[in-house]
Write a protein that binds this ligand. Sequence first.
Ligand code: NAD
Ligand code: MG
Length: 405
Amino acid sequence: MRSSSSSKSSQNVVVLGATGSIGCSTLDVIRASKGAFTPFALTAHGRLDDLLKAAIEYQPQYIVASDEAAAAEFDWSDLPEKTTLLTGTKGLQEVAAHSEADIIVSAIVGRAGLEGTFAAIAAGKRVALANKETLVVAGHLATKMAEESGAEILPVDSEHSAIFQALMAGRETDVRKVILTASGGPFRKFTQKQLLEVTADEALDHPTWKMGPKITVDSATMMNKALELIEAKWLFDLTVDQIDVVVHPQSIVHSIVEFVDGSMVAQMSPPDMRMPIQLAMTYPERTECPAKQLDLSSAFSLEFEPPDYERFPALKLGKEVAERGGTCGAVLNAANEVAVQQFLEGKIRFVDIYRVCRHLLDEHPFESNPELTRLLELDAWAREESIKWITCCLRQAKDQACSNT
Ligand code: NAD
Ligand code: MG
């Protein structure tokens, strides 16, 4: 790994997805860093008023409005003089690979995060990776490219940050397995029958984390853990058999590494993303952090239970896709993104999210070693097919209901 934490007094940070949940937490870390980090470029897709506000507060060199049509209509007259406005995917790639950028925080949600993340990896940057979808879609290409360019991919996802930290307790060859913790989400205790009825508002009400809508629904289906399993495989070069999942409702133990002698090393902290974000930026140093701290002076308990693969079948998809690799990750991710959006719009039921993903994985033309262009083609194909399948199922359900009346 190349160390980009140079002796420079302040590191230039690019925040891809600066208006989101991770993006705002990153800006908090930067604000608290007493000048150790400088916001160099901030990007957003929608909510351009938030991007403009951030530009006024942080005075970055660049902002990127990735939705070109929205950017063209927006009134930028209050943009600080020193800030240059870029637009589109090209703008994301330009700031991610900029020669003056030191750290790229990859915090765009979904497949839309790929281009910026790949540009940063190709340019040999330190990438603080929240956008797990990059590794789900194209983990084999991202890790290979990082090896070639000398880029460092440091995990922001709390579980992977925990594993990254726990791995420091022993030799890589002595690792037996890693155990990803999962909160279990808002429906942890729901029966299969109850899951048929749950609404988007209920799914968005996560018990321990405050996050963007897509990952919050992913946590409710446990697809998030499926995606994290694939992410862990690529980040730490593990076999699928070496990755377990345990439900831990308090979200305090963020994950565990088990060594060959049976010793388990865990990382604990309150559920607050500022800690793993900051560590990915300061590593190998640790500095004071604005994140909440664990208070051991008052009593609390930690529970662990095995996950239920029947009520949360998305978890099985994670194992299957991590095992098969190739084009599976791109297809699973695209189908899931579409299904989550359709669920949030009230068009399909919660349990249908899994069904869409299962169907697309079964139908897709598998390839074992695809290039990026092929993966992006399949991403587009899977999105279209998912919508077609959902529309067809809805029509059939309507016809059925009509014939029953
Ligand atoms: P969010 O929805 O709160 O924010 C998403 C950001 O991406 C926004 O700035 C938005 O403008 C931008 N964006 C959305 N669509 C875009 C597009 N088409 N092109 C370019 N930019 C676009 O999401 P979040 O919860 O902050 O999650 C961001 C990423 O971090 C996800 O990959 C998620 O899985 C990961 N992550 C989040 C958390 C968390 O606590 N929120 C924890 C671990 C990992
Ligand atoms: Mg996580």
